[in-house]
Design a protein around this ligand. Structure first.
Ligand code: PMP
Ligand code: GLN
Length: 448
């Protein structure tokens, strides 16, 4: 009897619970839950493909991070910071740990040959991501237009949208006279097309050099065209330069902020993670005239407030060291590109050996190649209706155990169709990882 009563009681409770849950669900669903600014931006290429690569234990040439350790000097600096005294474990200055902003200002002041005020002209952020977020939130208003050059690092578009702005796209295209484009240098902007996008609503233009995913390093003359339009139309330039130390074959990175009249209207974005091969530390910065940066600080102080002290301390030690050995053999800013130069050529040779034509990057972490010549039977019904590169990359992960990234993810919906034949490889990997990828590709090409 007792048992049956308690059983009845449990059943009764379950009924009440499920009733109240369904009432709650109804209550939740009867009103709009998410803010409109999130419409259409819930999918994320890194979340999706990083998980897929992990699920299939694929050799990972997808997400852009080194699978080797950062240099010893910076690891030691981090260890020293975390085993240090109390202040290293507590809040530091909201807009950037004082030694870090001092060293960034000293370092980049010399690079640009102009004074950089450590307290006014720099904001330290949680990676370059947060620097970008603060920039868009601070400068873009409802209805403002932001010109984005394609292909672009995917987060620019949702960040413009979340700020209430409207993105206008201009694609880099293989130069008409270049035949088969073999280098990222062959991908260029049409100055006329670019100029046609500027209008009184244009608030900013977003550039990325060296570019992710193409590897293009803009020449001074190309940047000058952009700078002239910015000055003419009173537009801000947001320049994402997270791969600035990684250029190859004598290509030189030029900072658009260093062109005449551009310091006053440029926000330059940097990443300690990319600079010192420690992407998990998430230390980034925005640099520019204090008149602009003060507005980014307003976003930062009311959202994140400040970034991990010990990681900032380590990045500060790294820049201090690099200042002292700048241009010398022991500089990490020379050693890393020298190391990656070989990995880049190794991957390019491997792709060629299996009949693919890579576009050789002038800079950065990545290489793209057209895969439309590979006749693959993409019969996975779960990917039906998706763009070719998405289907191909999923097939490559699931069937061959090799992870890459579809390049159409770096294009606007308007232009995705036109660029769905390319996939992106990251070559900032151990030689053993590159070897595993080579083995997969070679074995597959032999079987075809
Ligand atoms: N910009 C570009 C072009 C990137 O590739 C990335 C990814 N590292 C970021 C910004 C974000 O950098 P962080 O990891 O420092 O947030
Ligand atoms: N920037 C990295 C890339 O392009 C990834 C960033 C991320 O994982 N969110 O691969």
């Amino acid at each position: 009897m007792l048992r049956s009563t308690s059983g009845d009681l449990i059943n009764y409770c379950n009924i009440i619970l499920s009733f109240s849950c369904s009432v709650n669900k109804k209550a939740l669903m009867s009103r709009r839950l998410h803010a409109r600014r999130l419409d259409g931006i819930d999918k994320n290429i890194w979340v999706e493909f990083t998980q897929l690569a992990a699920d299939y234990k694929a050799v990972n040439l997808g997400q852009g991070f080194p699978d080797f350790s950062p240099p010893t000097f910076i690891q030691e600096a981090f260890c020293k910071a975390v085993s240090g005294s109390c202040p290293m474990h507590q809040y530091t200055r909201a807009f950037g740990h004082p030694p870090l902003v001092k060293n960034l200002a000293k370092f980049f002041g010399r690079v640009m040959d102009r004074p950089v005020d450590p307290l006014e002209d720099i904001l330290v952020t949680v990676g370059a991501y947060q620097a970008l977020f603060c920039t868009f939130q601070a400068l873009v208003d409802e209805g403002d237009e932001v010109i984005i050059i394609e292909p672009f690092f995917d987060c620019y578009q949702p960040m413009v949208k979340m700020a209430g702005g409207k993105a206008e796209y201009v694609p880099l295209r293989p130069r008409a006279d270049s035949g088969q484009a073999l280098s990222s240098a062959d991908w260029v902007l049409s100055p006329e097309e670019l100029a046609s996008k500027f209008n009184p609503r244009t608030k900013a233009i977003m550039i990325n050099t060296p570019n992710n995913p193409l590897g293009k390093v803009y020449k001074r003359e190309e940047l000058q065209v952009i700078a002239d339009l910015c000055v003419k139309h009173d537009v801000i330039c947001i320049s994402d330069e997270v791969y600035e130390w990684l250029t190859y074959d004598g290509n030189k990175h030029v900072k658009i902020a260093s062109l005449p009249g551009m310091w006053e209207r440029t926000v330059t974005i940097g990443s300690g993670g990319k600079t010192f091969s420690a992407t998990g530390w998430k230390v980034g910065w925005a640099m520019g005239s204090g008149q602009i940066i003060k507005h980014l600080k307003t976003v930062h102080q009311n959202s994140v407030y400040h970034c991990a002290t010990a990681a900032q301390e380590a990045v500060s030690v790294g820049f201090e060291r690099e200042y002292d050995c700048f241009g010398k053999e022991e500089s990490y800013f020379l050693q890393l590109p020298a190391l990656l130069h070989h990995k880049r050529l190794r991957l390019a040779r491997c792709l060629q050996s299996v009949g693919l034509q890579p576009i050789l990057p002038q800079g950065g972490y990545f290489m793209i190649t057209d895969v439309s010549t590979l006749k693959v039977d993409l019969n996975d019904p779960s990917t039906e209706g998706e763009l070719y590169d998405y289907r191909f990359v999923k097939w490559l992960i699931k069937e061959k155990g090799l992870a890459t990234i579809p390049v159409s993810a770096f294009y606007s919906p308007e232009h995705q169709q036109d660029f769905q034949n390319y996939i992106r490889f990251c070559f900032v990997k151990e030689d053993s990882t590159l070897k595993s990828a080579e083995d997969i590709l070679l074995q597959w090409s032999k079987r075809k």
